[in-house]
Design a protein around this ligand. Structure first.
Ligand code: 5GP
Length: 349
């Protein structure tokens, strides 16, 4: 056993120091980013925020709104090739902004091949809670061989050496985050994890050295966290909870008295495991929870608020483009983030 005593930080531990800026308005900030991917050699331009491949959030209805703002959506993985075919007809342009998500079993490779016979998108998301298993690297290599020109995002990991391995194995984007998610209980159940801001800083450094990309996945609770993830070097940011609870999310509105909610759960929660596997297998524990999140209306307003917040971050540090944000950022360590004296009395935000 050894103890690493270097300081590791989370979004809540830092703020971004303002810098002299010649920008006069948020409207001068360009949130679009050009990416050329390492292995597929594909080019993509857009605002690099991705809805998570979770039930409720990774839906085509969410994708439709996000695409209007050049954002991407990772569709949840329990969608059959037949359903993809239907969706490809119902949402022909939208599907181009969607990731096809799968796990790492033999059947997942078959699923990918079947989906790509009927669907026209460039994006694949290879998703496993623990990206440290050797079988994952082998699977990434096989998917790269089968799809040399698709953009492959693979994760999740939190350390530079694994980011390098995944990029060398054929990934274009490595997804970073173990345990920070809003409905994740991995840290509680296993004691494993890594503070997200430091994970992103270290993994981005490793990836950029090889001209690869990273996606910060999990732990963003407000627009300021998303800005901090980009400022830390993330090329993409994936959001689950921040997009939950909207009209476009699947599931009914739940009414309790005068309050309205929508269901949201972790993909390793008991609820998800029972839904997709019929049970929680005896040898494993759930590593996610189920919550009812306050109903928030159309997702459009949340997206505009989020993009407005990040534009404002950029103006505070003088970054005319999102890609300059990281270079212009100095993080300062803080012991307090916000003044919450009136939080119990809040009527709107
Ligand atoms: P959020 O944006 O809600 O904080 O985090 C979303 C991320 O949490 C997802 O993209 C995924 O990586 C992770 N996640 C989703 N469901 C679960 C779960 O059941 N357990 C764990 N450990 N992580 C989850």
């Amino acid at each position: 056993m050894r103890i690493e005593a270097d300081l590791k930080l989370d979004f809540k531990d830092v703020l971004i120091r303002p810098k002299r800026s010649t920008l006069t308005s948020r409207s001068q900030v360009d949130l679009n980013k050009d990416c050329k991917f390492l292995n597929s050699k594909k080019h993509w331009t857009g605002t690099p925020i991705i809805a998570a491949n979770m039930d409720h959030v990774g839906t085509f209805e969410v994708a439709k709104v996000l695409k209007e703002h050049q954002l991407l959506t990772a569709i949840q993985k329990f969608i059959s090739p037949n359903e993809w075919k239907k969706m490809n007809k119902a949402f022909p342009e939208v599907v181009k902004s969607c990731f096809v998500s799968v796990g790492i079993h033999e059947k997942d490779l078959d699923q990918l091949k079947a989906v790509f016979k009927v669907v026209d998108t460039d994006f694949i998301c290879l998703d496993i809670a623990n990206g440290y298993v050797q079988g994952f690297i082998d699977f990434v290599k096989r998917v790269r061989e089968a799809f040399p020109h698709k953009v492959i995002m693979a994760g999740n990991v939190v350390t530079g050496e694994m980011v390098e391995e995944l990029l060398i194995a054929g990934a274009d984007i490595v997804k970073v985050g173990i345990g920070p998610g809003s409905v994740c209980t991995t840290r509680k159940k296993t004691g494993v994890g890594y503070p997200q801001l430091s994970a992103v800083i270290e993994c981005a450094d490793a990836a950029h050295g090889l001209k690869g990309h990273v996606c910060s996945d999990g732990g963003c609770t407000v627009a300021g966290d998303v800005a901090k993830a980009f400022a830390a070097g993330a090329d993409f940011v994936m959001l689950g909870g921040m997009f939950a609870g909207h009209d476009e999310c699947s599931g009914e509105i739940i009414e309790e008295g005068s309050k309205k909610y929508k269901r949201f759960y972790g993909m390793s929660s008991s609820e998800a495991m029972v839904k997709y596997h019929g049970e929680v297998a005896e040898y494993r524990a759930s590593e996610g929870k189920s919550v009812n999140v306050p109903y928030r209306g159309p997702i459009e307003y949340t997206v505009l608020d989020l993009l407005g917040g990040i534009r404002s971050t950029c103006t505070y540090v003088g970054a005319a483009k999102l890609k300059e944000l990281s270079k212009r950022t100095t993080f300062i360590r803080v012991t307090k983030q916000i003044n919450d004296i009136y939080t119990p009395f809040q009527i709107s935000d």
